[in-house]
Design a protein around this ligand. Structure first.
Ligand SMILES: [Zn+2]
Length: 311
């Protein structure tokens, strides 16, 4: 066990934890929004990565955003990858999601010690860093994937996604993301929203929305109050005739790694390297970055793989 990090995640029953994303429209379809409760998803990520509070806050915010962004994809078997590297101690944050809102992700250094801005408020921006970029890659099943990159604003993640949407996709958006870590190192609550306005929005409605967002409490405050994703949607957009279009209960942290994928990774290191692993180590253990699942390849398997590469 790492010093100062509690990893006994199975001691507490995981009840009352849920994942849910709702898609809403408001003001005659001139506003669209996604509101999410990702508590269970983030709890699972924290356990898999044995992440410190500040690491899971950064990763959890990104997982939450990507889960919602998955529902902006238009077709089946489409994939979205978000990479954030702000030069801070956490290193790269990588999250991959699909059109069903399922996500997987990791942070390069999940044990980074947490610092607070003030008691109870984790300094996510300092841990992520703000000297870097947020990159979004969308694999839409075409020849070339779509890729957009925008410099980080603060490393607080929510603001960085808002800047990315505005400048890289020319889509004005309000993004709020929050993860609350309990004193016992469990996730108390996690969630967020992405609100986007369409070009035909009435100017008065836009002013009203901006005023509403300007005086909005931090998302973690709303979550801490016990507000659900629907409560928050009504709280933010309630006066604008908000309609829930769809609700997705099946979103989760989901890793699709399998042996063949890691086999291919082994093959890709090259013949000579593979040969020396067989001779010197007699076997290889490969770990999936996304879920930490271990795969073991014994001498026999590696020799067979080597034969395949030399054929
Ligand atoms: Zn995996």
């Amino acid at each position: 066990m790492m010093k100062g990090i509690h990893i006994g995640h199975d001691s507490k029953e995981v009840i009352n934890l849920k994942n849910k994303v709702i898609r809403v429209t408001a003001a005659d379809n001139s506003i669209r929004g996604f509101f999410a409760d990702t508590t269970a998803m983030v709890e699972r990520a924290m356990a898999l990565h044995e992440a410190s509070p500040v690491a899971i806050a950064a990763l959890g915010r990104t997982l939450t955003a990507v889960s919602m962004m998955g529902f902006m994809l238009k077709g089946e078997d489409q994939q979205i990858t978000v990479k954030i590297n702000g030069g801070g101690p956490l290193g790269t944050i990588m999250v991959v999601g699909n059109e069903k809102g399922n996500v997987k992700g990791y942070v390069a250094n999940p044990r980074v010690e947490s610092t607070n801005i003030r008691p109870g408020k984790l300094d996510v921006g300092a841990a992520v860093g703000s000297k870097g970029e947020l990159t979004v890659i969308k694999d839409l099943g075409m020849k070339e994937p779509y890729a957009g990159t925008y410099p980080l604003t603060s490393g607080e993640i929510g603001e960085d996604f808002a800047a990315y949407f505005m400048h890289s996709e020319q889509q004005p958006s309000a993004v709020a993301l929050g993860v609350l870590v309990d004193v016992d190192y469990h996730i108390k609550a996690a969630g967020g929203f992405i609100i986007q306005v369409l070009p035909d929005i009435d100017e008065e409605v836009l002013r009203e929305l901006e005023a509403r967002l300007n005086q909005l409490e931090p998302i973690t405050t709303l979550i801490e109050r016990g507000m659900t994703e629907t409560d928050i949607a009504n709280h933010v957009l309630g006066k604008m005739d908000v309609k829930i279009v769809e609700a997705y209960d099946e979103v989760d942290f989901y890793c699709d790694c399998h042996e063949e994928r890691l086999e291919r990774a082994l093959i890709s290191i090259g013949k000579e390297e593979l040969k020396s692993i067989i001779e010197e180590d007699g076997g290889a253990e490969m770990v999936c970055h996304f879920c930490n699942k271990k795969y073991y390849f014994d001498k026999e398997r590696l020799t067979a793989l080597l034969k395949e590469t030399t054929r």
